[in-house]
Design a protein around this ligand. Sequence first.
Ligand SMILES: NC(=O)c1ccc[n+]([C@@H]2O[C@H](COP(=O)([O-])OP(=O)(O)OC[C@H]3O[C@@H](n4cnc5c(N)ncnc54)[C@H](O)[C@@H]3O)[C@@H](O)[C@H]2O)c1
Length: 261
Amino acid sequence: MTGAIFPGRFAGKVLVVTGAAQGIGRAVALRAAAEGGRVLFVDRADFVGDVAAEAGGEAAAFNADLETWDGAEAAMRHAADIFGGIDILINNVGGAIRMRPFAEFEPGQIDAEIRRSLMPTLYCCRAVLPHLVARGGGTIVNVSSNATRGIHRVPYSAAKGGVNAVTQSLAMEMAGRNIRVVATAPGGTEAPPRRIPRNADGDNPDERQWMAEVVEQVKQSAFMHRYGTIEEQAAPILFLASDEASYITGTVLPVAGGDTG
Ligand SMILES: NC(=O)c1ccc[n+]([C@@H]2O[C@H](COP(=O)([O-])OP(=O)(O)OC[C@H]3O[C@@H](n4cnc5c(N)ncnc54)[C@H](O)[C@@H]3O)[C@@H](O)[C@H]2O)c1
């Protein structure tokens, strides 16, 4: 499940991909490795080691909770230690935990969404900077969401709006150091059943209904009226990560069948 391959596109590059145990992150990391990159697969799920083993070659895995600064810092340090530096960081950890009208969110649930979908990107961007500067430059691709405009997940929308702000402001700040910062904003994406659920407590009947309303809104908002595939998300992430995108920075690219978020 790696999509089309451009052999050698990432030859000589070290990539760190976060949230690489499943979903979009897994597809991105496997394809980057297949295209010649040395890839650190980072996730808090133990089985990320098995996923990195599928890539073979020089891929490696690292367990970290990226909702903590210590986890983010340790992951970047580990990549630099084993591969001798970092060229590309793909900040993919995130995802709405709960779908509910904003009036139904409890304060602790709001905090949890921000911790999941903003803090890992903010911490990992900060933690990778010294490594990219030491390398003379590099690229950060943030996986945002077009759900910055969407129903039943206002805290997640706010977190991803924050990711977009980090992308643009950091790009402006770091352009002079040869560091590009870009993002994709995926729309609804079909995925196989998740080994790690977004909401460890499971969804109650109300939440399943609200989720169904979200799916309807997302399909209506897309010109194409359908969900994308994981491969359709991995491809633009890797294009933006590659040297083919060398004159693109600060851009948040909607990948959502016509919905611009
Ligand atoms: N799937 C979609 O429909 C969709 C749509 C728009 C945006 N996105 C974005 O794409 C990205 C990937 O989405 P997905 O659906 O593939 O995700 P997913 O929920 O299927 O997988 C997320 C991965 O991140 C890991 N992870 C979660 N919290 C972590 C933490 N604190 N520390 C380390 N690892 C952690 C999980 O273990 C899991 O392997 C997310 O940022 C999400 O917001 C997804």
